[in-house]
Design a protein around this ligand. Sequence first.
Ligand code: NZQ
Ligand code: ZN
Length: 358
Amino acid sequence: SSDLLLKQYKATRVFIHYGGGSVIRSGLLGRIKGLLDQADISYFELGGVLPNPRSGLVYKGIELCRREGADFVLAVGGGSTIDSAKAIAAGVKYEGDFWDFYIGKATIQDALPIGVVLTIAATGSEASQGAVITQERGMFKRGLSSRYYRPRFSIINPELAYTLPRYHLFAGIADIMSHIFERYLTLTKDVILTDRMSEAVLKSVMEAARIIKDDPTNYEAMATIFWSGTIAHNGLLGVGRQEDWSSHALEHELSALYDVSHGAGLAVIFPAFMEYTIDVDPLRYKRLAVKVFDVPDDGSDARTLGLRGIDNLKSFYRELGLPVTFAELGAKCDDIDKLVEKLRQNRGEVIGSFKRLT
Ligand code: NZQ
Ligand code: ZN
């Protein structure tokens, strides 16, 4: 349990960070505080992290941690809370503006240790080096990777997700799958084991999603979803190959402008990205279609089978109640120029590697 882990990490003054209140309503925060009280570990807290977490609360958290003398950061919640906690943990140890890290003006040299109690499977932030924050000055949504961001521990208990609204649960699944697609769609050849592991995780998470849809407290299925979420983004499925990440870059502009859920944005972007890039490697898309999206290999050409696979992916997202078009997401064609300009400012002239997008 977390009290013992915190003792192992010699935490004496814990900063507890959480979101909009789900952890209060579920009783989880109360349970954690009870354990800390029992273990005689002192703590203070800051809630209010918004989905697509903002810089304002990060500044507030940094100030609070300095004033209160935190020596450990405990994030209780989803990717947004974890990412906000990571930025605070690094910001506390840096005299300048934490945003310097996100614009390449400074590199993280130190951070408070971070622990996680995860309540939604999606971002993999519980085991990743990444943290994505939106700077409110100009609404720039940016990610950063640092070894200091990797949590010391993460408690991944599927039962904590039983209170999760279906939309967030299924958006999380689209995010998990996207973390694998970003790595699977690669020009690197001959990464046999990584390919097969990726296909296994994709198939498992889809199977589990369909079980959960009808049986929301199925422990095995929820455990599979959580475990998949962690494996999808802890680096394992990128071993040996170049990764792409342009779909994430595109999505971050959507969630920065419309404040939509990251996973829902990806459900729109990825099938479109796949159709756009089918000719880069039709055989790879055929493989994905046949091995993961249940397309029978009836002897049609690779491109045709690949496209059928993409159609099946869209149907799967629809089945889960996710948007697959700009309109369904609430995005507007009129905003495309603005979105593209922001993307250029954030990422430069060219993004991606599977197909370089200008
Ligand atoms: O804020 P509360 O009240 O806790 O409610 C949250 C929030 O409204 C709710 N929720 C979470 N667990 C719950 C629950 N409600 C009831 N019961 C539970 N057990 O779910 C909503 C979404 O939470 P959020 O943390 O925003 O979701 P997610 O984990 O999808 O995080 C999204 C953020 O992470 C970034 C995304 O861009 C987005 O900003 N990403 C972070 C990455 C990383 N650090 O490595 C990589 C990803 O690709 C992604 O970009
Ligand atoms: Zn993601």
